[in-house]
Write a protein that binds this ligand. Structure first.
Ligand SMILES: Nc1ncnc2c1ncn2[C@@H]1O[C@H](COP(=O)(O)OP(=O)(O)OP(=O)(O)O)[C@@H](O)[C@H]1O
Ligand SMILES: [Mg+2]
Length: 228
């Protein structure tokens, strides 16, 4: 299996009004092609910090992170933007859809940036929106959808660009348990059908159960990795 993300002795220290806060320490981890991995751990254990580092939204204090075998610390801001655009998909807890764009336009947005031709763009987004059961609602604005429906649009947006890995920070946190479960099943299906790796943080036991690789963090360190 080829490695999509590799973390080697990653540490992160924040400065809180001049006081150092060690958020991560000596984290070694590999996410491979097609993985379905979750990172769990108590509040403050460093999950979001780690996802932000992997997402190139923040920089490490020590160690390194490789995406597709490239050390991201050696890349220019322009090259990092390219990695985010072509290799990573993002799903946030708060959906982050653009309020004035329809579902379809939101889902198409990354493909526009990638300069995917119009016809191909339409086809990919229409197919995916139907797959997630939103074919009939594609012209609605985000505020005309439920939380679970908005999160499905966010997932379509994240995978339509055919990234190597989708990063999701607590994707089910704002959803009721039934909607959260449906969303997990959807992600599993997309993982199986498109071979896209998923890497998410979670507190949710149902999500932990669904993960093929479960990493547990405590006080910024990995204390357990379970595979099944
Ligand atoms: N910008 C920041 N400045 C200072 N400290 C921070 C900052 N961001 C996070 N921290 C601290 O780093 C540690 C890890 O935080 P992080 O947000 O990664 O945890 P988490 O596991 O995602 O928690 P939660 O489950 O509550 O989302 C915490 O002690 C937190 O207070
Ligand atoms: Mg968090």
């Amino acid at each position: 299996m080829s490695s999509v993300i590799k973390a080697e002795s990653v540490s992160k220290v924040y400065q809180d009004k001049g006081v150092p806060v060690q958020a991560l320490q000596g984290v070694d981890l590999e996410i491979e092609e097609g993985d379905f991995a979750a990172i769990a751990g108590p509040s403050g254990s460093g999950k979001t910090t780690f996802l932000n580092l992997v997402g190139t939204l923040d920089t490490v204090s020590g160690g390194k992170i490789l995406i597709d075998n490239q050390d991201i610390a050696t890349l220019s801001p322009r090259e990092l933007a390219k990695i985010r655009l072509y290799k990573l998909g993002f799903v946030f807890q708060a959906y982050n859809l653009i309020p004035v764009l329809t579902c379809k336009e939101n889902a198409e947005f990354v493909l526009l940036l990638q300069k995917v031709p119009a016809q191909e763009r339409q086809k990919r987004v229409d197919d995916l929106l139907s797959t997630v059961g939103l074919g009939e609602m594609k012209h609605r604005l985000p505020r005309e959808l439920s939380g679970g429906q908005q999160q499905r649009v966010a997932i379509v947006r994240a995978i339509a660009s055919h990234p190597r890995v989708v990063l999701a920070d607590e994707p089910t946190a704002n959803l009721d348990s039934k909607t959260g479960k449906a969303l997990m099943e959807l992600m599993q299906e997309l993982n199986k059908n498109y071979g896209i790796a998923f890497f998410f943080s979670t507190h949710d036991p149902m999500v932990m159960e669904a993960a093929k690789k479960l990493i547990t963090l405590k006080d910024g360190k990995i204390v357990d990795i379970k595979k099944r």
